[in-house]
Design a protein around this ligand. Structure first.
Ligand code: NAD
Ligand code: TYD
Length: 358
C-alpha cells in the first residue's frame, strides 16, 4: 500500500487528483494537507466523506512542526505538492503571501521529506540515501517560462523567465526543488502544466468566472483585446499525467504537460456565451462582453510542447476541448449550490475590489 501526502487537496486540481486517486487505487492512503484558504473547500471532497483511505489535515505547508509530525506518524512514500496561492491577479495586488506559501512552503516540505526519508547514517557520508521508492513531485506551471510570440512552444529546456509575482514564486520554488535534487540527491520531479479547466475551479479564474457572470447577466470582463492565448488542459488528463510521472518519471527530471489546445481568451468567452445562450437562457449573448483595462505585465501566449512526457511515459491528453468544456459547463450548471457557497461573502468583496471600480 502506498501512502501519499497530497498538499492543497481541497483546491481545484488537488481535489480532482485525490478523487481520481481513490477511485483508481483501492490500496492507498492519502494524507490531504490543506490550510483551507479562500480557495480550499471541503465540499470538493464530499464524495469521499467517511472513506478510511483519506485523512484530511488542516495545516499550513509552511509549518515545520506539523509537517514533520506527519512524516513521523506515517510512512509517506509520495509527496505531491499542489498547495499554492494560484491566482495571477491576486499576486499582482498582494505578492508577499505568494512568496510565503509558494516558496517557503515548498522549501519546508522538501526539508521535512529529506529528513524523514534519509537512510540513517547517510548524511555523514558523501552520498545521501533515501528509503527506496519515495518521490517528491512539485506541481508547477508553464508560466515560469514567461510568454511566447505567435510561434513555438515551451519545452523543458526553455529558460525560466517569469513575469508575474505568481510565476516568479513558482519558478523560485522549482529552483529549490531542483537544488534539493542536485545537492542532496532527493528524488524529485517537477511537472509544468498549462491552464487547467474542469469541475471545482474557483470562479476567479477565466472559465468559471465568465460562466458565472453569463448565468447572472453580469458583464464579462475581458482583459485588453482578449487575444491572449492559453493552452487548455482538462484537469483529469493533468491528474493522470502526475501519476505517470510519480510511477515512472526519472528522478530530477522536469515534465511539461499540455495538449496543444490553444485558444484566445475571446474565443473561450464567446464559446461560453454561445453555449449558455443556446442551452440555458436565450437572452444571453455577446453584448455582455466588456473589454476592460489589461492585466499588468499580461503574458501574451502560453503553449506547451508535451513531446517528452508522451515519448517517455506514454501520456496523451484524452479529452478534446470541445467535450471537456461542455462537461465543465454542465458540471457548473448541475452544481449551482457549490458555486453559491464559494461566491458568497469574501468572494463578493474580492470581485468588487477587482472589477467594481472599472
Ligand atoms: P487552488 O487555488 O484552487 O488551490 C490551492 C489549494 O492550496 C487550496 O485548497 C488552498 O487552501 C491550499 N493552500 C494554499 N495555501 C496553503 C498553505 N500555505 N498550506 C496548505 N494549503 C494551502 O489552485 P489550483 O488551481 O488547484 O492549483 C494547484 C497547483 O497547480 C498550484 O501549485 C498551481 O500553481 C498549479 N497550477 C495550476 C494551474 C491551473 O490552471 N489551475 C496551472 C498550472 C499549475
Ligand atoms: P486566469 O484564469 O487567471 O489564468 P492565468 O492568468 O494563470 O493564465 O486567466 C486566463 C486568461 O484569461 C488570462 O489571459 C487572463 C484572462 N482573464 C480575463 O481576460 N478576464 C478575467 O476576468 C480573468 C480572471 C482572466
Amino acid at each position: 500500500m502506498r501512502t501519499y501526502l497530497v498538499t492543497g487537496g481541497a483546491g481545484f486540481i488537488g481535489s480532482n487528483y485525490v478523487l481520481q486517486l481513490l477511485q483508481k487505487d483501492a490500496e492507498v492512503l492519502v494524507l490531504n494537507v490543506d490550510k483551507l484558504t479562500y480557495a480550499g473547500n471541503l465540499e470538493n471532497l464530499r464524495a469521499i466523506e467517511g472513506d478510511k483511505r483519506h485523512v484530511f489535515v488542516q495545516a499550513d505547508i509552511c509549518d515545520p512542526v506539523r509537517i514533520a509530525e506527519l512524516f513521523a506518524s506515517y510512512d509517506i512514500d509520495y509527496v505531491v505538492n499542489f498547495a499554492a496561492e494560484s491566482h495571477v491577479d491576486r499576486s499582482i495586488s498582494d505578492p508577499q503571501i505568494f512568496t510565503q506559501t509558494n516558496v517557503l512552503g515548498t522549501v519546508n516540505l522538501l526539508q521535512c521529506a529529506r529528513e524523514a526519508w534519509q537512510v540513517v547514517g547517510s548524511a555523514a557520508s558523501a552520498d545521501d540515501r533515501y528509503r527506496p521508492g519515495v518521490r517528491y513531485l512539485q506541481v508547477s506551471t508553464d508560466e515560469v517560462y514567461g510568454s511566447l510570440g505567435p510561434e513555438g512552444f515551451f519545452t523543458e529546456q526553455t529558460p525560466l523567465d517569469p513575469h508575474s509575482p505568481y510565476a516568479a514564486s513558482k519558478a523560485a520554488a522549482d529552483l529549490f526543488v531542483k537544488a534539493f535534487g542536485d545537492t542532496y540527491r532527493l528524488p524529485v520531479n517537477i511537472t509544468r502544466c498549462s491552464n487547467n479547466y474542469g469541475p471545482f475551479q474557483f470562479p476567479e479564474k477565466l472559465i468559471p468566472l465568465m460562466l458565472n457572470n453569463a448565468l447572472h447577466h453580469q458583464a464579462l470582463p475581458v482583459y485588453g483585446d482578449g487575444m491572449q492565448v492559453r493552452d487548455w488542459l482538462y484537469v483529469e488528463d493533468h491528474c493522470k499525467a502526475i501519476d505517470l510521472v510519480l510511477e515512472g518519471g526519472v528522478p530530477g527530471e522536469v515534465y511539461n504537460i499540455g495538449g496543444h489546445n490553444e485558444r484566445t481568451n475571446i474565443q473561450i468567452v464567446k464559446g461560453i456565451l454561445s453555449y449558455v445562450g443556446e442551452k440555458v437562457d436565450r437572452s444571453v449573448d455577446e453584448r455582455l462582453i466588456e473589454h476592460v483595462t489589461d492585466r499588468k505585465g499580461h503574458d501574451r501566449r502560453y503553449g506547451i510542447d508535451p513531446t517528452k512526457i508522451g515519448e517517455a511515459l506514454g501520456w496523451r491528453p484524452q479529452t478534446a476541448f470541445e467535450d471537456g468544456i461542455v462537461r465543465t459547463i454542465q458540471w457548473y450548471l448541475d452544481n449551482q449550490d457549490w458555486v453559491a457557497g464559494v461566491t458568497s461573502g469574501a468572494y463578493r468583496d474580492y470581485y468588487k475590489r477587482m472589477y467594481g471600480a472599472r
